[in-house]
Design a protein around this ligand. Structure first.
Ligand SMILES: NC(=O)c1ccc[n+]([C@@H]2O[C@H](COP(=O)([O-])OP(=O)(O)OC[C@H]3O[C@@H](n4cnc5c(N)ncnc54)[C@H](OP(=O)(O)O)[C@@H]3O)[C@@H](O)[C@H]2O)c1
Length: 350
């Protein structure tokens, strides 16, 4: 039986989101507008969805700090235009940016497999994978991918999960390495039935909020189990992060009037630059690894979850349901066509 949100869960979810919306500017007041990063020369980072919003700012700053950055995007032309702009903006006496574009459409699991195969063929180390790309198709009708998955579930959860598993050998070569999953406090509203990921069985009605929050909750379950399976000696950590409420293109599917209202209340929202802070923090700060190691040492089953103020935060109570996490893991393996043995082979030997 799939869990439901009780009234206490609803109340805490609403409290959480309302406080975040109204107070995030206060909470993040002490942070610099732009996070200062360590020198990242010699590090390789793959980031999905870098053509817009939080992903764009994150990718740009990683590249400016010297990292080799791979923009994994479905809109190759837009990504190449961006890289061209960034290179042109670079001052003449500074080191050239090391950025490249590779095609990845998360709405297609075969595109994910093709991307991973092309990357793995290079046999290069990967130090940071940022699963940033995401959709929240507010007020749009329910849609399905070519893999017959509900689109939020596919783009926000299933495809990044497959990508992460397939890139484990590269992450192992890059160890110490991190997987940063850009999550959302909407996970507080998440309810998940592994036997009805598409929300089509009639037990729960489809809404974009149910689909989005469910996909973000699924990502926490998957990240927690993967973090458990990656033994301490692997040097790889999986971290989820909430960037805050950020003014980006995520509202593109809303009616124009609603977009105008959203922009009007934009004074409460963070800019993409500010939204990128917690993602960059999770991708680069040594404290993040120390915290993840400490959680592992005390046997806490849920992965690290960071807030927009770059501090560890609580997940919802539902995100701590490890029986459900296990059922989801098994269902996911079935969907992406990987057996337990296939996954064991991808996990680093330590
Ligand atoms: N904005 C917020 O308030 C907020 C709050 C919490 C969490 N988040 C999370 O932050 C992440 C970034 O969102 P954002 O606000 O920066 O949104 P955004 O401006 O809409 O950017 C989303 C990025 O994802 C890419 N993408 C979408 N579908 C894709 C697909 N099928 N294959 C490959 N790439 C795809 C988009 O590429 P195209 O340009 O090709 O569509 C775009 O580059 C998401 O995971 C979102 O859930 C955002």
């Amino acid at each position: 039986m799939a869990p439901k949100l009780g009234w206490a869960d609803w109340a805490s979810a609403w409290l959480h989101i309302t406080a975040e919306t109204l107070l995030q500017r206060v909470y993040t007041y002490h942070l610099p507008h732009k996070l200062s990063l360590p020198v990242l020369t010699g590090s390789t980072c793959i980031i999905t969805g870098a053509t817009s919003g939080i992903g764009l700012e994150t990718a740009k700053q990683l590249a400016e700090a010297g990292a080799h950055v791979v923009l994994a995007c479905r809109n190759i032309n837009a990504a190449q235009t961006l890289v061209h702009e960034w290179k042109n903006q670079r001052e003449q006496d500074s080191a050239p940016l090391n950025v490249e574009v590779m095609e990845l459409n998360l709405l297609s699991l075969s595109s994910v497999r093709a991307f991973a195969a092309a990357w793995e063929a290079r046999k290069e180390p990967l130090h940071v994978l940022i699963n940033n790309a995401g959709i929240f198709s507010m007020s749009a009708p329910q849609k399905f991918s070519e893999d017959e998955l509900e689109e939020h579930m596919q783009v926000n959860y299933v495809a990044p999960a497959l990508l992460t598993l397939l890139l484990l050998p590269s992450l192992s070569r890059g160890s110490p390495a991190r997987v940063v999953n850009v999550n959302s406090d909407m996970q507080w509203f998440g309810v998940l039935d592994p036997d009805d990921l598409n929300l089509t069985c009639g037990k729960r009605k489809y809404s974009s909020v149910a689909a989005y929050s469910g996909s973000k909750l699924a990502q926490i379950y998957f990240s927690s189990l993967l973090e458990c399976k990656l033994r301490s000696g692997s040097g790889i950590h999986v971290i989820c992060v909430n960037p805050g409420i950020v003014k980006t293109n995520v509202i593109r599917t809303l009616p124009k009037v609603v977009q105008a209202i959203y922009n009007f209340i934009g004074c409460f929202s963070l800019s993409s630059l500010e939204g990128a802070r917690s993602v960059l923090f999770c991708a680069t700060d040594p404290q993040v690894v120390q915290y993840a190691d400490a959680l592992k040492a005390k046997g806490w089953p849920v992965c690290s979850y960071y807030s927009s103020i770059c501090k560890p935060n609580d997940t919802s109570k539902h995100a701590q349901n490890m029986n459900l996490a296990l059922r989801l893991w098994e269902k996911t393996a079935e969907i992406i066509g990987l057996s337990t043995e296939d996954i064991e082979k991808l996990l680093p030997i330590c």
